[in-house]
Write a protein that binds this ligand. Structure first.
Ligand code: AHR
Length: 497
């Protein structure tokens, strides 16, 4: 068995654990909203039509913020359609997902749901088919206390107090040719700048996110960020990054997907810093990693309907995740945490039914995907500061990234506790690991997520056979923690100070 040595030291602090790292995303796409978070008539629905069984799992998942209403959907969305008396709201064609949008769920329903779920709302505006004025209108509707047209409209619709939404995405994936209203970086950068400037005239305290690239492999990646930030430098606080991973030809290559996320984040940060240097600016632009996950775009019935078929809430992107997917999700969280100095917000895409950790059957039960567990536990126990972990252990030769460490790890450290999140990305090799930790700690808990069949999937019938279980044989002897990490596994060790 190979061996690894890790060092955990509070002196290696990267920055604070940000609650916003544990954000999610709810788009009007497939069954995320309708029959996902909202299903009037469901036995578990509350008086507002929200599924309380879903709400309970959202709380257990430890979600901090939720991005809404899209995604590709937002680039054709008229927010006004989704407010006011429900029976007067128009049904519209949603071009992004070739679906019929009934608009029975809109901004007010989302805000009320977010309050019940205890999550921070993050809004996206339509800069595809629309522009500055509509962005200003929805901001006024959400954030202005009263007196003006849209603020009074909100009050008349039952929300007396403004929602005071802080984080706003200036469009979605405007670099993507699939996006309604797709733009060049120059066109988009100017529009983002002018929209942001006008929005700040209403509310100077906003945190604005410019669209970055919808993937590191986009042909415009890098130049897109440089040009967009050059245009919008003074108006934006963060630039977005989106990344989806899937097993293609090799399980081992898939297991090291977090290397791509690491490099993606580092490249966006370097590009933003290059723009700062060229502008002689000390401003630091953060990254909003507001779409990330495993997504089998080729495998599942992801393709939207065609022709005259415009269904309401069809089953789209309902990926069923296996154990290997959960290990990759866990590793992506390690990457996001490790970059807490630069990733100021993140949203797993998505929350319910659509490439999601939570599944909800119409008129039926809810169940947890394998990916639910590492998210929930990391969100719950990552506290205080993020500590970079030095890893000296076995390596893996990969086609995509060359030689990489088999083990990946990050730690968090607060006044009361420490937590260590470890991923053994090796497909077949267990690793005997020793870890130098500060003296005087006690071992609280060690759990592992692993299964001999990496393709085991949870289902409505069985979502408990594979879940984190106690890791046997972990010892803490003074300042030395010893444990054996099974191949293809995620481990969390909790220490008390
Ligand atoms: O999350 C699914 C889709 O992926 C989003 O609508 C879009 O922004 C991205 O391409």
């Amino acid at each position: 068995m190979s061996t690894a040595r890790l060092v955990i030291n509070p002196a290696f602090a990267v920055g604070p654990v940000r609650r916003r790292t544990f954000g999610s995303f709810a788009e009007h796409l497939g069954r995320c909203i309708y029959t996902g978070i909202y299903e009037p008539g469901h036995p578990a629905a509350d008086e507002d039509g929200y599924r309380t069984d879903v709400l309970e799992l959202v709380r257990e998942l430890g979600v901090s913020s939720v991005r809404y209403p899209g995604g590709n959907f937002v680039s054709g969305y008229r927010w006004e359609d989704g407010v006011g008396p429900v029976d007067q709201r128009p049904a519209r064609l949603d071009l992004a997902w070739h679906s019929l949008e009934p608009n029975t769920f809109g901004t007010d329903e989302f805000m009320k749901w977010a309050a019940k779920a205890d999550v921070e709302p993050m809004m996206a505006i339509n800069l595809g088919t629309r522009g500055i004025q509509e962005g200003l209108d929805i901001l006024e509707y959400c954030n202005v206390p009263g007196g003006s047209h849209h603020a009074e409209q909100r009050r008349a619709n039952g929300a007396d107090e403004p929602y005071r939404v802080k984080m706003w995405c200036l469009g979605n994936e405007m670099d993507g040719p699939w996006q309604t209203g797709h733009k060049t970086p120059e066109e988009y950068g100017r529009l983002a700048a002018e929209t942001g400037r006008a929005m700040r005239m209403i509310d100077p305290g906003l945190e604005l996110v410019a669209c970055g690239s919808s993937g590191r492999s986009m042909p415009t990646f890098g130049e897109w960020e440089r040009i967009v930030l050059t245009e919008s430098w003074d108006q934006v606080d963060m630039i977005s990054a989106h990344a989806y991973y899937a097993e293609k030809d090799s399980l081992q290559e898939f297991l090291v997907s977090a290397e791509d996320m690491d490099r993606f984040i580092d490249s966006v940060a370097a590009t933003a810093d290059a723009v700062a240097a060229a502008r002689k600016s000390d401003k630091v632009i953060g990254i909003s990693f507001d779409e990330w996950n495993v997504w089998y775009q080729e495998r599942t019935p992801s393709k939207p309907p065609t022709g005259d078929d415009w269904p309401v809430a069809p089953r789209l992107l309902e990926d069923h995740y296996n154990v290997a997917d959960a290990i990759v999700v866990a590793n992506l969280l390690v990457s996001l945490l490790r970059h807490t100095d630069r990733v100021w917000s993140a949203s797993q895409a998505q929350l319910v039914n659509v490439i999601a950790p939570i599944m909800a059957e119409p008129e039926g039960p809810v169940w947890k995907q394998t990916t639910f567990h590492p998210f929930a536990l990391t969100s719950k126990y990552a506290q205080g500061d993020v500590l970079r972990v030095i890893v000296d252990g076995p390596t893996i030769e990969t086609e995509q990234f060359g030689t990489v460490q088999a083990l990946d790890a990050v730690a968090t450290w607060s006044e009361e506790a420490g937590a260590l999140f470890l991923v053994n990305r090796h497909e077949t090799e267990a690793v005997a690991t020793t870890c130098e930790v500060p003296a005087g700690l006690t071992l609280t808990e060690a759990v592992v997520l692993q299964h001999d069949d990496p393709y085991w999937q949870a289902s409505p019938e069985d979502d408990t056979t594979v879940a984190p279980r106690p890791l046997e044989g972990v010892t803490l002897d003074g300042a030395e923690l010893s444990l054996e990490l099974p191949p293809m596994s995620w481990t969390m060790v909790r220490l008390a100070r």
